[in-house]
Design a protein around this ligand. Structure first.
Ligand SMILES: N[C@@H](CCC(=O)N[C@@H](CS)C(=O)NCC(=O)O)C(=O)O
Length: 264
């Protein structure tokens, strides 16, 4: 059986759980507390030197990077296929997936931290303890970004560009979905898997208005949500404390998000 190192609310972990669920694969769960820094412990860094989730172990082989894991799972468990038979649609699928590692995931992590998760980082910690947590980030760019996001919230210099990047993601999806029910056409693929957690996060952060303003994305999300894998991979792993924090802080910040997008 596959071993999965992951976290219930982590978007990258959700991507991999969705693929596993679509393939009907169960897994042995190693659930990490990311706020406690489980992912930065030396024994985990020996598996994944980037100090992030997810990681899988399959037949004794370690694989990390959610996009790489998803392609691997699609190859080793070919039924049902999560890619189109058409090479051009497969190329488009990879463009969707690649964007996440080119700033889109960071934008989602930024808005989540600035609006909501910063309160978890700060709760009950002295200044020195908070510094130690933030210094734990392996990647120096991420360390700088998350430090500012946690300390300054929606006043972080990373917040406005991140909101705009998420709006662009939704615009691009709305445009693509004019051509078919799924992001690359008629076939539900790893592109749909990859984007599902990020659109869900927009909804969890109470910015559903950004989705309903793009009706093809809203319809796509409706189609995604009725797939059995959505419940297995996302809903069944939701942490209610995270959800209620995102609900409360997201509602509070709705006007601020609107102001960013309306150029105020
Ligand atoms: N490119 C990586 C990004 C992984 C990533 O950033 N994971 C986040 C959760 S979604 C994480 O582990 N954050 C905790 C940390 O950076 O310490 C992937 O796709 O697997």
């Amino acid at each position: 059986m596959i071993e999965l190192y992951h976290n219930g609310m982590s978007t990258c972990s959700q991507k991999v759980r969705l693929t596993l669920a679509e393939k009907g694969q169960e897994f042995e769960s190693h659930h990490f507390n990311l706020r406690a820094g489980d992912q930065h412990k030396p024994e985990y860094l020996a598996l994944n030197p980037n100090g992030v989730v997810p990681t899988i172990i399959h037949h004794g082989k370690v694989i990390y990077e959610s996009a790489v894991i998803d392609e691997y799972l699609d190859e080793v468990f070919p039924d049902p296929k999560l890619h189109s038979a058409d090479p051009y649609e497969r190329a488009r699928m990879r463009i969707w997936v690649k964007q996440l590692d080119e700033g889109l995931h960071a934008a989602s992590a930024t808005i989540s931290a600035c609006i909501a998760f910063r309160y978890q980082f700060m709760e009950g910690k002295t200044e020195a303890e908070l510094k130690k947590t933030l210094d734990g980030y392996v990647d120096p760019d991420k360390r700088a970004r998350m430090t500012e996001n946690v300390m300054k919230g929606v006043d972080s210099s990373f917040f406005r560009p991140a909101i705009k990047r998420i709006a662009k993601m939704l615009d691009d999806m709305h445009e693509s979905l004019a051509k078919g029910p799924w992001l690359t056409g008629d076939t539900y693929s790893l592109a749909d898997v990859a984007l599902t957690p990020y659109v869900t996060r927009v909804a969890h952060l109470q910015q559903n208005w950004m989705i309903t303003a793009r009706p093809r994305v809203a319809d796509w999300l409706d189609r995604v949500r009725v797939r059995p894998a959505y419940k297995i991979a996302l809903e069944d792993w939701v942490n209610p404390d995270f959800l209620s924090l995102m609900e409360a802080r997201g509602s509070e910040n709705r006007d601020g998000v609107k102001a960013v997008l309306h150029g105020e």
